[in-house]
Design a protein around this ligand. Structure first.
Ligand SMILES: CC(C)(COP(=O)(O)OP(=O)(O)OC[C@H]1O[C@@H](n2cnc3c(N)ncnc32)[C@H](O)[C@@H]1OP(=O)(O)O)[C@@H](O)C(=O)NCCC(=O)NCCS
Length: 186
């Protein structure tokens, strides 16, 4: 288990977690900026998807749980892990909307980056965010990512073609940000 200031990242338990994951994936407001067609799914389909993700060798998927109360509120992942280049891509989903705008995604992402840089020894982590997903862009910037470019009108999501912002963070420089983050009380 990996612990931050507000959340812990733990292994997914498909049997226990799939119901809530299904609720989130079926909530249009939660998934509208994920850049894929909206389609509601059943708990069985979600169990199959989770099983497939957990079997992937280049992916690490964690459940995000509150430190206070141990509530399951979302998931966070490293995908496309490439040990030769030292790179991976991150994805974050806080599915329980009552936890939005309270710093949970930022904390989960900082914990994940520390794992990526210190345990997996990666050196560059990137992400792609629909430009209109202001909260997500903000989370990446708070965690030390900088913008590297824009793919114009790259995805059709939430009713129109939208830009995608590319962001990345490097281990060099970030470890200082982590030490300051973990030292500072909220
Ligand atoms: C995007 C998401 C991860 C953000 O999670 P969160 O826990 O609310 O994020 P945090 O509270 O850590 O930080 C959000 C930041 O964005 C800001 N923010 C949130 N919504 C905003 C909005 N609509 N407009 C402007 N700023 C906004 C917050 O104020 C905060 O910044 P601050 O600390 O400087 O005030 C969450 O909303 C989510 O999971 N959405 C659905 C899935 C998704 O879009 N994932 C990202 C895919 S790239």
């Amino acid at each position: 288990m990996l612990t931050g200031k507000k959340v812990r990242l733990r292994a997914i338990d498909i049997k226990k977690d799939a119901e809530l994951f299904t609720e989130w994936i079926n909530d249009y407001e939660v998934v509208k900026f994920l850049g894929r067609p909206f389609k509601s799914i059943s708990p069985d389909e979600e169990r199959r998807i989770l099983k497939g993700l957990l079997l992937k060798k280049d992916t690490v998927l964690f459940a995000v749980e509150t430190l206070d109360g141990g509530n399951l509120i979302g998931s966070i992942s490293l995908m496309g892990i490439n040990h030769f280049d030292g790179t991976a891509i991150t994805g974050t989903l806080i599915g329980d909307k009552q936890y939005w705008r309270k710093g949970f995604a930022t904390d989960a992402k900082m914990v994940l980056l520390n794992y990526a840089f210190t345990v997996l020894n990666l050196r560059r982590i990137s992400t792609r965010v629909v430009a209109d997903n202001i909260a997500s862009v903000r989370v990446q910037e708070k965690c030390g990512y900088t913008r590297e470019g824009v793919w114009r009108k790259e995805v059709y999501t939430d009713g129109k073609y939208r830009d995608v912002v590319l962001l990345a963070v490097f281990r060099n420089g970030w470890m200082k940000q982590w030490r300051e983050y973990i030292r500072k009380a909220d």
